[in-house]
Design a protein around this ligand. Sequence first.
Ligand code: SF4
Ligand code: SF4
Length: 70
Amino acid sequence: MVKKEFEDGDIKIVIDYEKCTGAGECVTACPVDIFELIEGKAVANNVSECIECCACVSACPNDAIEHSSC
Ligand code: SF4
Ligand code: SF4
């Protein structure tokens, strides 16, 4: 299981790269542009700017995103 954690303060976003297919729904869904695709996989940047809206978790069709607040 290949997972990567992106953490800042109380917020932790975990992306499961066995599930992520890189279609980028999270990139589109996030209102503060936390996600980008690198080599076909989602990564989370600037996690401190996350507003904990949970849109990314809802948008991912593969349940690849875990969020500490959602
Ligand atoms: S929405 Fe899910 S599957 Fe699609 S790029 Fe984001 S994490 Fe990967
Ligand atoms: S919870 Fe909302 S603001 Fe935070 S990364 Fe997900 S979509 Fe972006």
